[in-house]
Design a protein around this ligand. Sequence first.
Ligand code: GLY
Length: 355
Amino acid sequence: MMHNQEPDRREFLSAASALAAGASLAGPEPRPNRGPEILIRRPHPAVVASHNAFPHCTEAAMKAILAGKPVVDAVVEGVTLVENDPEDHSVGLGGIPNEEGVVELDASVMDGASGLSGAVASIRNIKNPASVALRVLRYTDHCLLVGEGALRFAKAHGFKEEELLTDDAREIWLYWKGNLSSSDKWFAKDLDQLPAGAKKWLTTTGTVNCCGVDRNGQLAGTTTTSGLAFKIPGRVGDSPIVGAGLYVDNDAGAAGSTGRGEANIISCGSLIVVEAMRRGAHPTDACKEAAERIVRLTKAKHLLDARGRPTFNVNFYAVDKQGRTGGFAIKRKDTYAVFDEKGNRQVPLDSVFAD
Ligand code: GLY
């Protein structure tokens, strides 16, 4: 599938007239129609994110962009809402813990304007790792702090330690632990005794990614997660790894991902997406290239199903410098979130495999 790399004239004019009609996303007045000049593209603000960012995260990020805040602050403001939500067990407060019942969080931010990144990995007891990652970007000469050092750094910046394992997440972890083996001494409750909606968190790995561009073409992104459910303590996924779970280049675009981090680290997925956008690919086609690369690189038997397809999923999301957005997955099951001149909405994710 190829996406138009240039907006067609009618599409552009209709977007331009919507903007000129005073939509809040408008930048400077569009040029009057003076023939081919009208086709000169200018950036429009846009936010693209994983499905769990809809609607509040994308709305907060867009509001902050329209208020003139740096895009990197805007996207972090957005994902903070998801990190603070105890019902979202993929990130921050209420995240699914590691195999010992301890919540360990990973996050990164990348800022196109400065070309800097910041990240934390395996940080405990701090519910907003994306904000800590932003402090690493702004107030250190480093890119990544881990574990105890990341926690000390966060506390030095005034972040408060708290228990991140909620009762619901603890019940889910206990159920997993009780079903690990029939020859240990742990028994599990029945599945129907778990909190409502708990079942999906036994099999789902989640993360929130949010990238944005403002009307000046400044790009930034952030990815934040509690990582793989019931992971080995100290396991770090793709979310804090620049080039894997997030990549931003102000000349090209911003991209991030959710799903099996190990596959994304091996394939440098978000870098692949941004490099494809640099060559002129539409963000959706760029995301498709990264998803197909993961499929191609997945060869280990334990990661392949009976049809020789990956047993796991990875989703990519991207926005380019003009404000075009896109996403692509290995398997079709999710939507992603977009806020642009057409509004705040969910969009189905195309995928390498349809079933
Ligand atoms: N993509 C999130 C993780 O694997 O940790």
